[in-house]
Write a protein that binds this ligand. Sequence first.
Ligand code: SF4
Ligand code: SF4
Ligand code: FES
Length: 953
Amino acid sequence: MSLVQQSLVQEIDYGTPRSMSEKTVSLSIDGKQVSVPEGTSIMRAAMQTGIEIPKLCATDMLDAFGSCRLCLVEIEGRGGTPASCTTPVAEGIVVRTRSERLDRLRKGVMELYVSDHPVDSLDRAKHPGVDLLDTAAAVGLEEVRYGFDGARHRNPGIDESNPYFTFDPAKCIVCSRCVRACEEVQGTFALTVSGRGFGSIIAAGMDEKFIESECVSCGACVQACPTGSLIEKKVIEKGKPEWSAITTCAYCGVGCAFKAEMRGDELIRMVPYKNGKANRGHSCVKGRFAWGYANHKERVLKPMMRDKISEPWREVSWEEAIGRVASEFKRIQGKYGRGSVGGITSSRCTNEETFLVQKLVRAAFGNNNVDTCARVCHSPTGYGLKTTFGTSAGTQDFDSVEHSDVIVVLGANPTDGHPVFASRMKKRMRQGAKLIVIDPRRIDLVRMPHVKATYHLPLRPGTNVAILTAMANVIVTEGLVNEKFVRERCDWNEFSDWAAFVSEPRNSPEEVAKISNVPAETIRNAARLYATGGNGAIYYGLGVTEHSQGSTAVMAIANLAMATGNIGRPGVGVNPLRGQNNVQGSCDMGSFPHELSGYRHISDDATRAMFEELWGRPIDEEPGLRIPNMLDAAVDGSFKALYIQGEDILQSDPDTHHVAAGLAAMECVVVQDLFLNETANYAHVFLPGSTFLEKDGTFTNAERRIQPVRKVMEPKNGYADWEITCLISEAMGFPMHYNHPSEIMDEIAQLTPTFAGVSFENLDRLGSIQWPCNEKAPEGTPVMHMNGFVRGKGKFIVTEYVATDEKTGPRFPLLLTTGRILSQYNVGAQTRRTANIMWHQEDRLEIHPHDAEQRGIREGDWVKLASRAGETTLRALITERVAPGVVYTTFHHPNTQVNVVTTEYSDWATNCPEYKVTAVQVSPSNGPTQWQEQYDELARRSRRVAATIEAAE
Ligand code: SF4
Ligand code: SF4
Ligand code: FES
C-alpha cells in the first residue's frame, strides 16, 4: 500500500503541566468564562480556552520557572503584571492577556532578547533557523533600538561534540529550559547555568563539551530549547521537516511514541510524542537519534542464496529466493517428515508479522515448531505470572509508578535498559518514594544525583529465590501479612502452606545471609519497608528470569505482592521490564510451541477448532519444539530446516558452539534480517528485511500497550516483513491474502479474546490500547486484577530454593553475570551501525580491584574469560561496581562472544538459559582467542560480500 504523507503533527504546548486536583476554579480570561482544576496556571487556563499567551521560558513538560517575563497579564483588582506561567488561577478573578501596556512591556522584553542575539535584522526569511524571531513577530516587535550584534553575549563558540546535536551559545537566551529538562524530565542534572547577567551561559558538566560531560544524549534539552540554540544536526543539514506520522520506537520494551518528522521521503528527526502514554514526551538516545542504521551501507536489500554455507552469496530475484525456500522446505518435509522444519518469530517485528510466522508454521508447515527470543529472556515471566495470577504479563501501566511509595528494582538496570521509564521512577523518588535495589552489581540507581536507594542487596548471583523467600519469612513471622487481602483475594489453604514453608528457620534472613552474602539485617529492613511503606511496586528484569530457577523467582515475587496486598490498584504490582520492543507482543501472538495467541494451550480442542475453521487447515495438538530442542534435534539429525525472522540466535542464544553445530547440521537455514547477522553465516537463503519505518503494524510494550507503527517510507528491500511471510506461505501452497496489516489485526482480534476490541481504527481513535480489550474493557485495561485475579483466587506457590548446578570451585572461582548499556541494544546489529558506537566501542569485563590484583590484571589489560563451556577474551575494566567474586560484561559486540562461555543450564520450567550465573576464571591474556579470530574472519567475509554487492551496484 502506498504511503500517505500527512501534515506536520503539531502538539499544543499549554505552557505548564496539568494540575491533578479534582476541585475546579472558575475565572474570566479576556471576557471568556473558564473552569479548570485548582492549581492550574493562568497561562494553561488561557491556552485551554484557545488564548495563547507569548512565552519563552515556559513549556508544559516542565514546572513553571518565571524567568523571561514575556507572559505577563493583568488581573483586575491586583497591582502589577504577574507572569501567567507562575500565577495560579483563583476563583472569580478577571484576567486580561492583551492591553496596550502588556504589548509594550512584551515588546520591551523581546527587544532586549533580540538585541542580545546574533542576527542583523528581524527578517525571519533571512534567518530561517532562528526561532526567537517567530516569538518576536508574535509580540509585534518591529524595531530593535539597541542594535543586533549581541556584543556582550558570552559566546565561547559552537559545541559540535555530540554526534547528533549542536549547541550554539550565541543563540541562547538562558531561559534554562534545557537545564530544567535535564533535571525534571531526564533526571541526569548534567546542565547548569554558569556565570551571571550577560556572562551567563549554559554549561554541560564542569564547563565541558557535551560529549565529555555526564550528558546521556536523551535530547530532552534539544526538544525544550525555544531558540534553536540546541538543535539536531540533521535539521541544520537538511532543513526543517515538512510532515510527520506518529509511530513507536523499535528498540526497547518501554515503547516510546515518536513523531517521525520527514522531509519528502527522508527522515529528519524523531521527536518524542507528548501524548505517548508510555513515554509522555520523553526518549533516550537510541529511539531519538539511533535510527541511521536504516540507511546503513551494510544493509542488504536484495535476496541472496548459496548451496553451501562455505560458498559465497549470490544475489537472486525475490521469485527465485522464495521459490527456493518453498521447494527446500517441501523437499525436506517429504524426506524427513512434517516435524523436520520450524520457524522463529521476531520480537523486533510487529504483532501482525509475528502472528503470520506462527500461522505459517502451524498451518503451512503443519507442526508447532515455532518459538521466539522470549525463550531466552522472559519465558519464566509468562510461566510464573500465569501460574500465580492467571495472566502472562505485567500488572500495571507505567503511570502507576507515580503512585508508588516503595519501589523494588530486582535484577534490572533501568537507567541503561529502560531509560525512559527509569526517568519516571527517578522523578517519583525525588518526590519521596523509597527505593530497594536487589542486584549483584551497584547499578546507577543505587546512588546518583538526587536518588539514593534506601537498601541495596548485592546478592550472590543465583540466590534470588533464597532472598525473596527470606523477605517472605520476615513478612510472615513479623506479622506484616495483609490478611484481609489474602482472605478475600487468594486461596487461603495455599497461603497457609506457603506461610508455614517460608516461616521455617532455614528460610530466615540469618540463614539466607550465609548463601547470599547479604547481611540479615538488610534483608529484614528491606522486607519491612516493602510490606509497610505504603504502595509497594516491584519491577524486575532478566536478572530474575535468566536463571535455573527463573520461573520460581517470578512466583516468589508474586507471592510477596499477594501477601502484602500490593496488587490490583495503581502504585503497586508486579512488573517485568521487557527487553525488546515487541517481546510482549510476540508472546501474545502465539509464538511459543505450546500456545496459540492469547496464551491458550495448543491441546485445547475448542481453541484449535476456532483456528482450524478460519484457516482451513488442521492444527497439531502436540506442542512443538523449543529453540534449544530444535538445535538438539538438528545435531541429532532429525531437524533440517529453519525460517528465522529477525533474530540472531548465534549471537543471542547460549552455548554458541552448540548453536553453531545445530545450524551447520541443517540443510536449509533461511534468515530474514536487515543485515548479514552472525546467524546468516550458517544460512542458505538470506531474505532482506524491512525497518519499522517502512511498514504499518503494531508493537506491544512492557505494560501490555498496543501501539501503532506507521510506515513513513517505502521498504528499501521491496517488501515489508509480513509480505515476505505471505510470499513464502503462498509458495508452500497455503495462500494468505491481506491487503494491509489492519486485516491481520482483525484476524487476531477475531481469534483472541483478550484482543477482541483491538483494531487499527480503535488505535487511531485511542492512540494506544492496553490488553485485555474486549466487551468488558472496550478501551483496554491499564491495571490488572483490580477486582479479582484473572485466574479467580491468587495462587501462592511454595518456592523452595535450589542452588544452581553451576558451582564455583578452584578451576572457576568467579561468577559471571551479564547486562546491557544505555547506548547499545542487545546484539548491537542496529546501534553499532549508528554514531552510538562512539560511546561503547567494545564490551569490557568488569572485575573488582581485589580480584584483579590477585590475578595481576591492570585496567585495560586483555584477559581470558574461561568457563567449562568455552573461553573468550576481552579487556578488563576494574571497578567496585561489582562485588568481589563477581565479574560482569555486556554482549553488544559479536567478537566478544560471551555466549561461548555461558552454559547449557536453563530454567526448569521454560528452558530460559541461565545467562546470569556462569562459573568462570579470569586470567591475563595476550589477545583474542582462536575462536574469535575465526569468528572475525567470518564477519570480515560477510562485510566483503556487502562491499562487493555495493560496488556492483
Ligand atoms: S540552550 Fe536553549 S533551552 Fe537552554 S537556556 Fe539556551 S535557549 Fe534556553
Ligand atoms: S530505546 Fe526504549 S526508552 Fe529509548 S526511546 Fe526507545 S522505547 Fe524509549
Ligand atoms: S513564560 Fe512565563 S516568565 Fe517566561
